[in-house]
Write a protein that binds this ligand. Structure first.
Ligand code: SF4
Length: 375
């Protein structure tokens, strides 16, 4: 019998990993598929209940596999239906995930790191240095906890899309992120289409080919119309400037045929002027993409201000007039600090803010974490 501390967390296994792991203990390959189906399809994690496994195998498995998910410390629901989950990821650390409902989809925005070293100036997470990269089981665990919570609500809605736009830079933790995508996509697992999965990056160019290889959607946090402004709001731009970043985006398009989503945060007086709209459209003229406009969302101690609805509208209108594909959706989850740029590693902001006097409902902006989803 194996000592307990050698158990491996089931949620860290791709199907192939589980097959390999069981093989080490002399078990048949198909057992991995059986267990995958019990866990992901039937949500059975009590090995005793896995009735198509022999009694002896069940007894052995209990010493080989555990089924831990990050516990939910808090679950907040916004006035607009957005839900925010705060997870305990050990050693006093927390991460957040956000569920955004819309008519035709239910999008989960998921975190990949505790804190973030990219230090984007408009982002609350960026103010909190990287403490640790999440493991694949912690990423998959966020998904399953939210999935289970939605099932308990009994409304019959399932997560239809995932965006890696929560806390952390996904491509700074690419091994674990792509492993979790393998699990989430597996037909024997969660079985989510690759087209429904989006990885967002601040522009870690050497890792971007992995997004194309994984055949998932790419979103790029652009947020500026030239290198000078981008380096000011996103220090990563000093290392990976716009010219190289946009070349890499074109490579992604050539490899996948999928348009890139460019996320563009409107910072009052810095990136929100009509002239800026013209420059962004010019900058992106050769890049097959759509632009998601995100009016800045306040967070405690933020250096920037949110533009007026009129300014946002004028930016949108000008970019469209120039022929760009521009999305402007309704901001969601702002009252529970679940909107773009508001996620934190600790409960160090108030749980709710009063938005009764703010005009967040007037536009078509749907934003939730540090970057805007492509969907
Ligand atoms: S926007 Fe993303 S990459 Fe930039 S600091 Fe925030 S979490 Fe990190």
């Amino acid at each position: 019998m194996m000592p307990m501390d050698q158990k491996v967390n089931f949620y860290s296994f791709t199907l192939e990993d589980l097959q390999e792991y069981l093989k080490k203990y002399g078990k048949e390959k198909f057992r991995a598929q059986q267990i995958y189906k019990w866990v992901y399809e039937s949500r059975v994690t009590n090995i005793e209940e896995m009735s198509n496994l022999s009694k002896d195998l069940r007894a052995e498995l209990k010493n080989l596999i555990s089924f831990e998910m990050p516990p939910v410390l808090k679950h907040l629901v916004s006035v607009d239906g957005t839900q925010k989950f705060l997870f305990d990821v050990k050693d006093g650390n927390t991460v957040e995930a956000v569920v955004i409902p819309s008519d035709d989809r239910l999008t989960l925005c998921i975190s990949s790191e505790i804190g973030c070293n990219m230090a984007c100036k408009f982002c609350f997470t960026g103010k909190q240095k990287l403490k640790r990269r999440l493991t694949a089981d912690e990423i998959v665990g966020q998904f399953m906890q939210v999935h289970d919570s939605l099932q308990k609500e009994g409304l019959g809605r399932r997560i239809s899309n995932i965006v890696f736009m929560g806390m952390g830079e996904p491509l700074d933790n690419s091994d674990e992120v792509f492993k979790s995508i393998d699990v989430i996509h597996s037909p024997w697992g969660i079985n989510l289409s690759l087209k429904k999965i989006t990885v967002s990056t601040s522009g870690i160019i050497p890792e971007m080919y992995k997004v194309a290889n994984a055949k998932v959607r790419l979103a790029v946090s652009l947020n500026a119309y030239n290198d000078e402004v981008r380096s000011q709001v996103m220090p990563i731009n000093k290392k990976y400037p716009l010219k190289d970043l946009l070349e890499e985006c074109k490579r992604y398009y050539r490899a996948t045929g999928e348009k890139i989503t460019m996320e563009y945060v409107l910072l009052k007086g810095i990136t929100d002027q009509i002239e800026h709209a013209r420059q962004v459209v010019k900058l992106l003229k050769d890049v097959p993409c759509k632009i998601n406009i995100i009016p800045f969302n306040e967070h405690p101690g933020s250096d920037y201000e949110r533009p007026s609805d009129e300014t946002v509208q004028a930016f949108h209108t000008e970019a469209m007039r120039l022929g760009a594909q521009v999305l402007l959706r309704r901001t969601m989850g702002r009252d529970i600090f679940a909107a773009c740029g508001q996620l934190a590693t600790k409960i160090d902001h108030p749980e709710r803010m009063d938005i009764s006097n703010s005009k967040i409902g007037g536009t078509h902006v749907r934003s939730f974490s540090h970057r805007q989803p492509s969907i």
